[in-house]
Design a protein around this ligand. Structure first.
Ligand code: NAP
Length: 362
């Protein structure tokens, strides 16, 4: 039961007649959100870059066939001004999930910051023009709260919560976090300049769990694949991270979109874990035929080799994250949205089973 009884009771009365918009509809998080919206019987306007790519849209179409809601697909690009107008027309709620989620890029300004920030402005300025819009739910990230686990030491309560903003990311340090911070700040600025629609923000930690399609890619899947396909057979670092199930993230968006009382930011993280802890949990489930790391790599080795393996894993990133736990407070998401987080084992096992069944680990 991922939402508590109070939230479910409040959602039972939602008006299902106006459509809702989901940007980045072909994405991993958006897929589970759309599944949940269609299950509620809503009409979902799915904004995608390439509506002609029937392969990528097949999973969404299959969901529509099995659920009571309706799906309509629109062409939109974050970097094209006005390109969300048709998709947003008549919508009451806008779920803005589209943003590049890539950790290692060639040009952080071009590949991350520009699409994240300009795209957010583009979508929210469209909301200003569409009189039907009453709420915008922004998929921000924990990355807009912090760059590195060590940042928790400098917070007022010694942990990450919604009052904390990322002040340490830049184009040269945790550039993805920088892009998400600037995008969420741009969103609050636009929201505060008007009073017709309300901005509600979801700040998920690392999202794991099954996708709606066996063919889903992206950073969450590449991390999980790396843990399971032998890439890290010699060991994994004690790199702390928050983890949340993608289905819980979808529930959080649903509550944020429709609960009359929803407001502000929500740190959506179910568990504090680490690379090595995830490996150990997975190895029990997967069995000995998979080379899943159970040995912790020494910090000095990660410090030396990390930058060679991935340009985003600089020595500063290693120093400030390896050996540091993700310390957080998710009270607001539980009390205000009514989220009941799934056990971490369920998330990992379901994702592993999907990867294994689809042949991506062989
Ligand atoms: P994803 O599967 O890579 O989805 C990203 C989506 O953004 C894709 O649909 C992509 O479209 C779209 N997009 C990227 N650039 C675009 C552009 N220029 N114009 C239009 N659409 C564009 O990643 P995800 O994991 O689902 O992430 C979705 C959201 O959740 C992002 O805002 C991300 O920052 C946030 N988030 C993710 C995690 C996580 O662990 N996965 C954690 C916290 C927050 P195409 O399909 O056409 O490429």
């Amino acid at each position: 039961m991922p939402l508590n009884d109070n939230t479910l009771a409040a959602l039972a009365h939602l008006d299902r007649s106006p459509p809702v918009l989901v940007t980045g509809a072909t994405g991993y998080v958006a897929g589970q959100l759309i599944r949940r919206l269609l299950q509620e019987g809503l009409t979902v306007h799915a904004a995608v870059r390439d509506p002609g790519n029937t392969e990528r849209l097949a999973a969404l179409k299959a969901l529509e066939d099995s659920m009571s809601g309706k799906l309509r697909v629109f062409a939109s690009d974050l970097l094209e001004q006005g390109s969300y107008a048709e998709a947003m027309a008549g919508c009451r709620v806008v779920f803005h999930t589209a943003s590049p989620f890539v950790v290692s890029v060639e040009d952080p300004e071009r590949d991350l910051v520009r699409p994240a920030v300009e795209g957010t402005r583009n979508v929210l300025q469209e909301a200003n023009r569409q009189s039907s819009v009453e709420r915008v739910v922004l998929t921000s990230s924990c990355a807009a709260i912090y760059s590195d686990n060590a940042d928790a030491l400098d917070t007022p309560r010694g942990c990450f919560d919604e009052s904390v903003w990322n002040t340490t990311a830049s184009l040269t340090h945790q550039a993805y976090s920088h892009s998400k911070t600037l995008a969420e700040q741009a969103a609050w600025k636009i929201a505060e300049q008007q009073s017709r629609w309300r901005l509600v923000v979801i700040n998920p930690s690392l999202v794991l769990g099954p996708a709606i399609s066996d063919d889903t890619h992206g950073e969450s899947f590449s991390l999980m694949t790396q843990l399971c396909d032998g890439t890290l057979r010699i060991g994994a670092p004690d790199y702390g991270m928050g983890v949340v199930d993608v289905r819980d993230v979808a529930e959080a968006h649903l509550a944020a979109g429709f609960l009359p009382t929803a407001t502000g930011r929500h740190l959506v993280a179910g568990h504090s874990s680490s690379f090595i802890a995830l490996g150990r949990l997975l190895s029990h489930h997967a069995g000995p035929q998979y080379a899943i790391p159970t040995r912790q790599l020494p910090r000095w080795l990660v410090w030396l080799a990390g930058p060679l393996a991935n340009r985003a894993v600089t020595r500063k990133v290693v120093s400030r994250n390896v050996g540091h736990a993700f310390v957080f407070d998710n009270t607001r998401s539980r009390e205000r949205l009514g989220l009941v987080y799934r056990p971490l084992e369920t998330t990992l096992h379901d994702m592993f089973d999907q990867l294994e069944a689809s042949g991506r680990l062989s």
